[in-house]
Ligand binder design. Structure first.
Ligand code: CP
Ligand code: NVA
Length: 306
C-alpha cells in the first residue's frame, strides 16, 4: 500500500475522518482497559517543532509511548534545519532512520515537501494554513458531548486562520453546517473556501458574530494573533473588537451548546473568563482528546505502511 500523510483534513475521505473519530473514541475507552495495542513497537517517530507547543508536543510524545514506539522531540533550532538545510534533504535522511514524522512549522509547502520527498508518513502538527489534528480531536469532543458530529450547527468566531481553515475542511469533507464570523480583512483564505465549496461544503462567512452563533450547538474560537503574528497583536486587538465569545454571545446559542477553544486562550480577548470557566466549556476534555486522536492518527498511518 502507498504511504499516507495527514497534511490537511482535505486529505481524508468522509469515511476516513469519521473512522478516525470512532477509533480515537475506542482507544480512549481502552486506555483504562486490558490490552493496549502497540502498532509502533520497534518504531521511532520524529516530532519536529519550529514553533512553541504544549498540547501537541506532549500528546504526541505520550501517544507514541503508549503505542509502543520511541518519540524523538526535535527543535528545528538545534538541528541543521535551523541553519538552512533544505527540507527535501532532511526528508530523505529522516526517512532512513524513522517510521513517521510529525512537524509543526510555518509554511504548508514545508510539510508538503517533507511528505513528497520522504518515504514515511508525515503529520501536520500545525502550519499557518491548517491544524488538522486539532479539529479531528474537536470532532471527537463534539461527539462525546453532543452525541453526534452530524446534525450540529457549528459556529467559529474570530480570525480566518489555521483553525478556521481546518474547520472549513472538516465541514466540506463531513458535510457539516458551519458559519464563520470574521472581521473584514481577516477572512479565511479564498483558496481554502473554494476547495471546500467544490466538495459541496455548507459554509457561510459572515461579519456579525451574533449571526454565526445564533442557534449554534458548537461554538468555537481561537486567538486573534497566532504564532508568528505577535507584532500585529495590538492592531488585531482593535480589528477584533466585538468578537469576544462572552455570556451575551453564548446566550444566543442553542440549547446545550458547547464551547470549544484549542488553547492557549487569552481571557478578555477572544473569550471571557466566564465562558471558558463556565458550564458550556468543554476545553479540558478537548485538550485531553488530543492524546486519543494523535494515537488514532498514528495507528492509521502506520497501517498504511503494511
Ligand atoms: N492546541 C494546540 O495545538 O496547543 P499547543 O500549541 O500547546 O500544541
Ligand atoms: N491559531 C493558533 C493555534 C494555536 C494552537 C496559532 O497558530 O498560534
Amino acid at each position: 500500500m502507498a504511504k499516507r500523510d495527514l497534511l490537511t483534513i482535505f486529505d481524508l475521505s468522509r469515511d476516513e475522518a469519521a473512522d478516525l473519530v470512532d477509533r480515537a473514541s475506542s482507544m480512549k475507552r481502552d486506555l483504562a482497559g486490558a490490552k493496549p495495542r502497540i502498532p509502533l513497537a520497534g518504531r521511532s517517530v520524529a516530532l519536529i517543532f519550529e514553533k512553541a507547543s504544549t498540547r501537541t508536543r506532549l500528546s504526541f510524545e505520550v501517544g507514541v509511548h503508549q503505542l509502543g514506539g520511541q518519540p524523538l522531540f526535535i527543535s528545528s533550532q538545534t538541528t541543521q534545519m535551523g541553519r538552512g538545510e533544505p527540507i527535501q534533504d532532511t526528508a530523505r535522511v529522516l526517512s532512513r532512520y524513522l517510521h513517521m514524522i510529525m512537524i509543526r512549522t510555518f509554511s504548508q509547502k514545508t510539510v508538503e515537501d517533507l511528505a513528497s520527498m520522504g518515504s514515511v508518513p508525515v503529520i501536520n502538527g500545525l502550519t499557518d494554513l491548517y491544524h488538522p489534528c486539532q479539529v479531528l480531536s474537536d470532532l471527537l469532543t463534539t461527539k462525546e458531548h453532543r452525541g453526534f458530529i452530524e446534525e450540529q450547527k457549528y459556529a467559529y468566531v474570530g480570525d480566518g486562520n489555521n483553525m478556521a481553515h481546518s474547520w472549513i475542511a472538516a465541514a466540506a469533507v463531513l458535510d457539516l453546517d458551519l458559519r464563520i464570523a470574521c472581521p473584514e480583512g481577516y477572512d479565511p483564505d479564498p483558496g481554502v473556501l473554494e476547495r471546500a465549496k467544490a466538495l459541496g461544503g455548507r459554509i457561510e462567512v459572515v461579519r456579525d458574530p451574533r449571526e454565526a452563533v445564533r442557534d449554534a450547538t458548537v461554538v468555537n474560537t481561537d486567538v486573534w494573533a497566532s504564532m508568528g503574528q505577535e507584532a500585529e497583536a495590538k492592531k488585531r486587538r482593535k480589528a477584533f473588537d466585538g468578537y469576544i465569545v462572552d455570556d451575551a454571545l453564548m446566550g444566543l446559542a442553542g440549547e446545550g451548546a458547547i464551547f470549544l477553544h484549542c488553547l492557549p486562550a487569552h481571557r478578555g480577548e477572544e473569550v471571557s473568563d466566564s465562558v471558558i470557566e463556565g458550564p458550556a466549556s468543554v476545553v479540558w476534555d478537548q485538550a485531553e482528546n488530543r492524546l486519543h486522536m494523535q494515537k488514532a492518527i498514528m495507528e492509521w498511518l502506520v497501517e498504511s505502511l503494511d
